[in-house]
Design a protein around this ligand. Structure first.
Ligand code: XMP
Length: 325
C-alpha cells in the first residue's frame, strides 16, 4: 500500500541517483506543488538545489515576504528572489484584454526566467511539479529521441501561457508525477511544509493582474491588494478559511457615486467572490453569514481609499467562471 513515508524515502533515493552531484533549478511560485517539490529536493540534494522566485508584483499582500521568510530564513533553502515588478507592470501598460494579459505575463515570465537562469547557471536539471493528471494529458513535454529523457517545452506553473525557447532545454526532474493533488498535500505535510502553504486557496499564475478588470496600474494593484487582504483577514477571524475553495476581491474599472461623511464620493466598486468547489471545474457561490459580508464591506469602504461600494457575486460556475477574467 501507498504511504507518504515510503514515497518520500523512495523519491529521495531516486532524485539522488538521477541528479548525482549536478545542479537543479526550480521555479518557485509559493503554491503547494512547487513548494512541496522544493522541500523534497532540498531534503534529497540540499544546496545543489536553487529555487527561483520571480516576483511579478501580482501576488497577495505580504506573500512574497512571507515566502522568503519560510524558505530562506526558516528552512534555509536556496531561493533567489527576483524583483521583476516594474518590468511586468510596464509590459501591461494599456493592455485590457484578459488573454492578452495572460500571454504577455507568460512571455515576460519566460524572459525573466531565461535571463536569471543564465545568470545563476549553468544548471543541468529543471525540477517541475508535474502531477499525475498533467502526465495523462501531457502535451507540454517532449522526449529527447537520443537519451529518452523528458525535456521541458513549457513551465507548468504557467500552464496556460507560452513555451520555453528551444535553446533553453533542461533535463527534467519530476518526482511528483505519480501523485494526485491530495497526495501532494500529504507529502508536503509529512516533510514539514507549513500548513499555511499546504492548505492555501488556489491562486492563478497571473495573480491580481487578472482580478483588475481592464488596465493594470500600480494604483489599482494597491487598492485590490488591500481589499483582498481584508477578505482573507475576515474569513480567518471567523474561522471560515477552510469553508471556501477560494475567497477574494475583484476590482472593476467603473466608478459609482457614494457618500462619505457629508461628501459625495465617486470611486471604484469591489466585487467579493466567495465560492465553494470540489475541484475548480464547477463551483457554487458561497452562502456566508450576512454579518461576515457586512464586516468585509464596512472595512473595505472605510480602510481602502478609492473604493466606495462592495458587491457580492452570486454567479455559479457554469455559467460564470471563478475568476472574472
Ligand atoms: P476559472 O476562472 O476558469 O478558474 O473558473 C478555475 C481555477 O483556475 C484558476 N485559474 C488560473 N490558474 N493561471 C492559473 O494558474 C490562470 O491563468 C488561471 N485562470 C484561472 C482559478 O483561480 C480557479 O482556481
Amino acid at each position: 500500500t501507498w504511504t507518504t513515508e515510503a514515497f518520500v524515502e523512495e523519491s529521495i533515493r531516486e532524485i539522488r541517483a538521477k541528479v548525482g552531484d549536478k545542479r537543479v533549478l526550480l521555479a518557485l511560485s509559493g503554491g503547494v506543488d512547487s513548494s512541496t517539490l522544493a522541500f523534497l529536493l532540498h531534503e534529497a540534494i540540499g544546496d545543489q538545489l536553487t529555487c527561483m522566485f520571480i516576483d511579478q508584483g501580482f501576488m497577495r499582500k505580504g506573500e512574497p515576504e512571507r515566502l522568503m521568510e519560510i524558505f530562506d530564513q526558516q528552512f534555509h533553502i536556496n531561493v533567489e528572489y527576483v524583483n521583476a515588478r516594474d518590468r511586468f507592470l510596464a509590459k501591461l501598460e494599456g493592455v485590457t484584454d484578459p488573454e492578452e494579459k495572460r500571454r504577455i505575463i507568460g512571455h515576460e515570465f519566460i524572459q525573466v526566467f531565461e535571463e536569471e537562469s543564465n545568470r545563476l547557471g549553468p544548471f543541468d536539471y529543471l525540477a517541475q511539479g508535474t502531477l499525475y493528471p498533467d502526465v495523462i494529458e501531457s502535451a507540454d513535454t517532449n522526449v529527447d529521441p537520443k537519451t529518452g529523457e523528458r525535456v521541458a517545452v513549457k513551465i507548468k506553473s504557467h500552464h496556460n501561457v507560452g513555451g520555453l525557447p528551444k535553446n533553453l532545454r533542461f533535463k527534467l526532474v519530476e518526482p511528483l508525477r505519480k501523485l494526485f493533488k491530495d497526495e501532494v498535500r500529504k507529502v508536503g505535510r509529512s516533510i514539514g511544509l507549513p500548513e499555511e502553504i499546504v492548505s492555501r486557496h488556489p491562486f492563478p499564475g497571473p495573480g491580481l493582474a487578472i482580478r483588475i478588470l481592464g488596465e493594470v496600474t500600480a494604483e489599482k494593484l494597491n487598492i485590490l491588494r488591500d481589499a483582498d487582504f481584508i477578505v482573507r483577514d475576515e474569513i480567518k477571524k471567523w474561522g471560515m478559511y477552510h469553508d471556501f475553495w477560494q475567497a477574494f476581491a475583484v476590482l472593476l474599472p467603473v466608478r459609482s457615486v457614494g457618500v462619505m461623511g457629508d461628501k459625495r464620493t465617486y470611486a471604484f466598486p469591489v466585487v467579493l467572490r466567495l465560492i465553494t468547489s470540489e475541484d475548480g471545474m464547477t463551483a457554487d457561490w458561497a452562502r456566508p453569514p450576512y454579518d461576515l459580508l457586512e464586516q468585509m464591506s464596512t472595512r473595505i469602504v472605510n480602510e481602502v481609499k478609492g473604493v466606495n461600494r462592495v458587491v457580492y457575486d452570486i454567479t455559479s460556475k457554469p455559467p460564470g467562471t471563478i475568476e472574472w477574467e
